[in-house]
Design a protein around this ligand. Structure first.
Ligand SMILES: C[S@@+](CC[C@H](N)C(=O)[O-])C[C@H]1O[C@@H](n2cnc3c(N)ncnc32)[C@H](O)[C@@H]1O
Length: 211
């Protein structure tokens, strides 16, 4: 793969746009990343009345999975800057959006369009490495969370390392440590990373709680 194609692929992974490569990336998210999304939703241990936020929801497969776990008093919010992902996820979540149980925003983790202290669970997958300012994002995430709430993100260190080795993740700060340090600076507690295995799929999850 040429350097030009690698940088175009990286741009689409970071914020997919309506284009042939954007479509391929969307299909990849739908088919391959569903396993990360389902793992994050499972680890978030959602309760029917929870107020839940997904950051960087992509095509919305994780939102769909989360919605199935909520009852009539639960609420789902999603924030993603990609107009293309917004339109794909809006179609996928159309019935929840219609009833008002799901709200999708075009925005970023660094500036969340939500009031303080309303969220029980935050989850995101394959995402923080595209945030330009980790400290700003972590402070924002914490701001919208309730005391006792927690956040979980899923990732695969081996896949990320492979993307770096192939030269696709050029200058991408995907390593968990800087993100975990930013979470600590934002005064999250119990910041920790655990490894999991599901069949042949190995992945990691980072957790952070609000006191
Ligand atoms: C690699 S995709 C992951 C999508 C989906 N979570 C998945 O695992 O398939 C990264 C997503 O994060 C979104 N994104 C990029 N920058 C963001 C930011 N600053 N805040 C929130 N989301 C962002 C992108 O638009 C994209 O949908």
């Amino acid at each position: 793969m040429s350097g030009f194609l690698k940088s175009r692929l990286l741009r689409q992974l970071g914020e997919p746009s309506l284009s042939p490569l954007g479509w391929i990336v969307k299909r990849l998210f739908e088919r391959r990343n569903i396993i990360f999304e389902q793992a994050a939703v499972r680890l978030a241990v959602l309760e029917p009345d929870h107020q839940v936020l997904e950051l960087g929801f992509g095509p919305g497969v994780g939102l769909k999975d989360a919605l199935a776990k909520l009852g009539p008093h639960g609420h789902l919010y999603g924030v993603d800057p990609s107009e293309y992902m917004h339109s794909v996820a809006s179609r996928r979540l159309a019935s929840g959006i219609q009833t008002g149980q799901v709200q999708l925003f075009s925005g970023t983790a660094e500036s969340l369009p939500l009031p303080d202290g309303i969220i029980d669970r935050v989850f995101h997958c394959n995402c923080y490495y595209f945030w330009p300012d980790l400290d700003k994002a972590c402070n924002e995430i914490k701001r919208v969370m309730k005391p006792g709430a927690f956040m979980v993100t899923t990732l695969s260190i081996s896949v990320l390392r492979m993307l770096e080795d192939y030269g696709v993740f050029k200058d991408v700060k995907w390593q968990p440590q800087p993100y975990m340090e930013a979470l600590q600076r934002a005064n999250f507690t119990d910041v920790n990373m655990k490894s999991f295995q599901q069949g042949s799929f190995k992945y990691q999850a980072i957790f952070a709680a609000v006191k």
